[in-house]
Design a protein around this ligand. Structure first.
Ligand code: PLP
Length: 386
């Protein structure tokens, strides 16, 4: 399907709402029936129509159709956060006594689910270095029901060979889930590589304006039906019509925003690589990246997030660098207009500062959509004053 058609037309039935070009926000909690039989039909199968907006809603449906098509998926559910999408996708596929294999250091709240919540229900998780397929092979147990992936990882940028993991899992009846927030469906299609479910934090690139928190889950119609009828309706963590509308608006400019971020990232990367105070950079589509070949093979693009290490004697110099930035904001998240930075040392107490630890010398930069010179000048003045 043509991407412009998906973004501009798919799911939109303009003749039903006065030929308005922009979609309507159907801000209603419930829907009325004329016939008892119609109401009964919806009670029997809530996934077949509109009864209550904790389930389906017409504005959300426009978005679901577009997001499913972008991922080449049969179906899609949209949640009120990326974390909800993660939680629902995993919870729906484990029972007491099951085992999960997860790539090491996935998104923090996925780790919390694996480490704190699921063990209370007898579900255990083994973390593996996902750069080697053998590590997955070794970690699989007879009771493994889910393999959880995040490629690339949003900090280390480490990749997994998605086709190889999917093939391994399929042979053993294991469900695979991949967090695709870094790439979006425009730059990587996990389902086309055999992964069962793709998810992303729509808070990042789909929303694109740092103003909405949301999550997307795509997969087979059977799987989405199962999750809708259980985790989705029970936890009540669907997206609101207004936030769905913001995401539809975000999608309209997604391709052009990613293009701009890609160009900017190239310029910033070249600057950082040449700067004497920068020890190393990590970026999947940079030739120096350890998994460059795989990154070129399975990701159609890479942009925005990159990590770099500063050459410093003391962690305090990194603190000075960050606090000297005039335009780049120190903030979590990414995918909006503005460039953002997080120093690794913000995750450790000041007393624990240790410059010998590489993770503390690391910074995660999101290159936004400002003019590249504006971003580079800011980095340069802050580096020179460090
Ligand atoms: C932000 C993020 C999430 C969580 O998404 P929310 O929308 O913040 O709940 C999940 N995975 C990755 C890689 C993220 O960056």
């Amino acid at each position: 399907m043509d991407i412009s058609y998906i973004i501009n037309e798919l799911g939109e039935e303009r003749e039903h709402y006065f030929n308005a070009v922009a979609p309507p926000i159907i801000q209603t909690s419930n829907f009325a029936f004329k016939k008892v039989d119609d109401m009964r039909r919806l009670f029997e199968d809530e996934y077949s129509g509109y009864i209550y907006s904790r389930g389906l809603n017409p504005t959300v449906d426009i978005l679901r159709k577009k997001l499913a098509a972008l991922d080449e998926a049969e179906d899609c559910l949209v949640f009120n956060s990326g974390a909800s999408a993660i939680f629902a996708s995993v919870l729906a596929n484990v029972k007491a006594g099951d085992h999960i294999v997860s790539v090491k250091k996935p998104y923090f709240w996925a780790q919390q689910m694996f480490n704190v919540i699921l063990p209370r229900f007898g579900v255990t998780t083994t973390y593996v270095d996902g750069t080697q397929i053998e590590n997955f092979e070794r970690a699989i147990l007879p009771n493994t029901s889910v393999i959880y992936l995040e490629s690339p990882n949003s900090w280390s940028l480490a990749l997994q060979d998605l086709e190889a993991v999917a093939e391994l899992a399929k042979a053993q009846g294991i469900i695979t889930i991949c967090d695709n927030s870094y790439c979006t469906p425009l730059y990587q299609k996990p389902l086309a590589m055999g992964i069962d479910m793709a998810l992303q934090s729509a808070t990042k690139y789909i929303g694109g304006h740092s103003d909405v928190v949301a999550g997307v889950l795509t997969g087979s119609h059977a799987m989405m039906t199962k999750i809708f009828n259980s985790e989705y309706l029970t936890a009540g963590n669907g997206i609101s019509p207004f936030n769905a509308w913001l995401l539809i608006r975000g999608l309209r400019t997604l391709p052009v925003r990613l293009q701009k971020v890609t160009e900017n990232t190239k310029a910033v990367l070249a600057f950082l690589k040449a700067h004497p105070k920068v020890e190393a950079v990590l970026f999947p589509h940079d030739e120096s990246f350890p998994q460059y070949t795989l990154a070129k093979q399975q990701m159609q693009g890479a942009c925005g997030l990159l990590s770099f290490y500063l050459k410093v004697e003391k962690i305090e110099e990194i603190v000075t660098f960050c606090e000297n930035l005039k335009h780049i904001l120190m903030a979590v998240s990414w995918g909006g207009y503005e460039s953002l930075i997080i120093p690794g040392c913000a995750s450790v107490a000041q007393e624990a500062y240790n410059v010998a630890q590489k993770s503390q010398r690391m910074l995660r930069l999101y290159v936004g959509q400002e003019e590249p010179a504006y971003i580079i000048e800011d980095l340069e003045q802050a580096l020179n004053n460090t």
